[in-house]
Ligand binder design. Structure first.
Ligand code: G3P
Ligand code: CA
Length: 234
């Protein structure tokens, strides 16, 4: 899976990133979703606009009209100038058109965990109504995952963690997730084998080394989330 749409090859969390991920053969993409002041889910990683756009201020305080006018490409490279921030709906349309599986990270601004998860889950359910394959919703926020589960009892969910906590299995059972997404740097073979033996899907982030990716796949890891989809392949 390409990380934040197209990894390092495009401005993060943008539609050109999705096209580049598909071009390099990614089967899926990971991207981050946060609510605007109007309650619309947009693709963006940070709670503030400054790092990745030409705007300023907090995403959760910004209205849709303001977000729609921002340049989300210029900070990555002038060649991507005038790239717009996409809404979740626009990204879902593009993923479907390109045949990309979506791993949608619910990235709530602090204090907006339940609202973000509820709105994202509703939109995802409506967009994929009646379809056999559903996207995966992932989050570091257990509060958000609980809210997503309340909204959609059958929605595939994944718990994101940095270091694997000792009680990972109890957390996964309580949350009803099908997958664990773990920081590649801290994962060892014993942990990977235990997660797989317990029946969970296992993804690691953010791994850009092809040799480490090969090792991880050898341990049974199901998916690598990478900034270099041109180098790291399943
Ligand atoms: O989904 C894995 C990864 O995206 C989590 O870290 O900071 O890139 O959202 P971050
Ligand atoms: Ca993410």
């Amino acid at each position: 899976m390409a990380h934040r749409c197209g990894g390092a090859l495009a401005p993060e969390n943008t539609l050109p990133g999705l096209a580049i991920a598909a071009q390099f053969g990614s089967q899926g993409v990971e991207f981050d979703v946060m609510l605007s002041a109007d309650g619309t889910p947009w693709l963006i990683h940070d709670e503030t606009l400054e790092r990745t756009t030409n705007g300023a201020g907090r995403v959760c305080d910004s209205c849709d009209a303001l977000l729609a006018g921002l340049d989300a490409g210029i900070r990555h490279h002038p060649a991507f100038a005038a790239t717009r921030l996409p809404t979740l709906h626009e990204a879902l349309v593009q993923c479907r058109a390109l045949g990309l599986a979506a791993n949608i990270e619910i990235k709530p601004a602090m204090g907006h965990e339940v609202a973000t998860a509820t709105q994202v889950t509703r939109m995802v359910r409506a967009f994929h109504e009646g379809m056999a394959v559903q996207p995966l919703l992932s989050s570091f926020s257990e509060e958000a995952l609980c809210a997503a589960r309340r909204e959609a009892p059958l929605q595939p969910l994944a718990l994101l963690v940095e270091d694997l906590p000792a009680d990972w299995q109890a957390r996964c059972t309580r949350l009803g997730v099908i997958a664990l997404h773990v920081d590649s740097a801290g994962l060892d073979i014993g942990q990977a084998r235990a997660i797989k033996a317990a029946g969970y899907l296992l993804a690691v982030y953010t791994e850009n080394s092809p040799s480490r990716a090969r090792e991880l796949f050898g341990w049974g890891v199901d998916s690598i989330i990478t900034d270099r989809p041109d180098r790291v392949r399943g």
